[in-house]
Design a protein around this ligand. Structure first.
Ligand code: AVI
Length: 313
């Protein structure tokens, strides 16, 4: 039995509104569904970021002394890091690439993709971002500039206070004048945002509902999937897309593994994820609040996505 899942479920479903932490969306099936989301025509984050990175990698490399120590938080398939690392590969000494992820399968996949690079050192830390950053001193080569990558708009899944606190921890893990490359999704028309999180193929709905499948499997819960709807709403006041699972009927759900019975009214929801959306100016504000300055910013105005190169000040 997963004790922290049980504890978080007990805590989250006792709140008003009911909530569950988004990290539990990523079991094996959830991670596969998220990869499928990244290929959907309506969810442009991954494609826009990969194209921007390919185009801007040489510009980014021009700012940072070669060979750098590049740390990626959540490398996914390793594809984006591969494109960036190639831009640093021109000198005699190659970059040291360090991958931090709690998913061992993601680390294995990224390592395999990066094996194509000749002469680069690749190390991995199978742990949380915070623990990986806290241990960075033991891995960092002497004298190399550190460039941390936080891509995929992952920062958007933190609320504002947590995002700022996390950026401060990234800043504290490095030295003055170290670098952070931040990829974030921008505010865009509500219709496009809702389509990206409530796609006509129902993949995002399956990704969201899989959380209930997980609770049924891991905590012996009796959620009836047909009695919940996936809903994505644009909350303009807070500049975020929210995902919810909405109960169609009044019902009582038993979750023995969390020692819990939960009552739902018809229309009551479980809030499962927030995806904050930014403006370029807001990114600069966040950066300043965490002790960084913006040294470069590249924007895909069509997809509404920005890559920002920040330096510790
Ligand atoms: C991982 N994260 C940045 C994605 C997002 O856009 O918030 C997760 C996601 N949820 C639904 N679609 C994608």
């Amino acid at each position: 039995m997963n004790a922290s899942l049980a504890q978080d479920v007990r805590e989250g479903l006792s709140r008003r509104p009911k909530q569950l932490p988004p990290k539990y969306l990523y079991d094996e099936l959830g991670s596969a569904l998220f990869e499928a989301i990244c290929a959907l025509p309506w969810y442009r984050v991954t494609r826009a970021e990969t194209a921007l990175l390919s185009r801007c990698a040489p510009l980014i490399a021009r700012h940072i002394p070669d060979p750098p120590f590049i740390v990626e938080l959540g490398p996914g398939s390793g594809d984006k890091l591969l494109r960036l690392a190639e831009a640093f590969g021109t000198g005699p000494h190659k970059a040291h690439l360090h991958l931090i992820d709690i998913s061992s399968s993601a680390l294995a996949e990224a390592q395999q993709a990066l094996a194509r690079l000749e002469g680069f050192t690749v190390t991995v830390a199978h742990t949380t971002y915070d623990d990986g950053l806290a241990a960075i001193g033991a891995v960092r080569p002497d004298g190399a500039a550190m460039l941390t990558l936080l891509l995929g708009s992952n920062i958007g899944n933190f609320d504002d206070d947590d995002a700022l606190a996390f950026l401060r921890r990234v800043r504290a893990a490095g030295r003055d004048a170290d670098w952070l490359l931040l990829g974030v999704d921008l505010v865009k028309p509500a219709r496009d945002l809702v389509l990206a999180y409530d796609d006509p193929l129902g993949v995002t709905g399956a990704f969201n509902k899989n959380l209930l499948v997980r609770l049924n499997r891991e905590l012996g819960a009796d959620f009836d999937l047909a009695a919940f709807d996936h809903r994505a709403v644009w909350n303009a006041a807070h500049s975020r897309v929210e995902m919810h699972l909405v109960s169609r009927v009044p019902q009582r759900v038993l979750i023995p593994g969390a020692d819990l019975a939960v009552e739902f009214e018809a229309g009551e929801s479980i809030w499962t994820e927030s995806s904050n959306k930014y403006t370029p100016a807001r990114i600069a504000e966040f950066a300043a609040g965490a002790g960084f300055s913006v040294r470069g910013q590249w924007v895909d105005t069509d997809a509404g996505f920005a890559l920002s190169l920040l330096q510790g000040t």
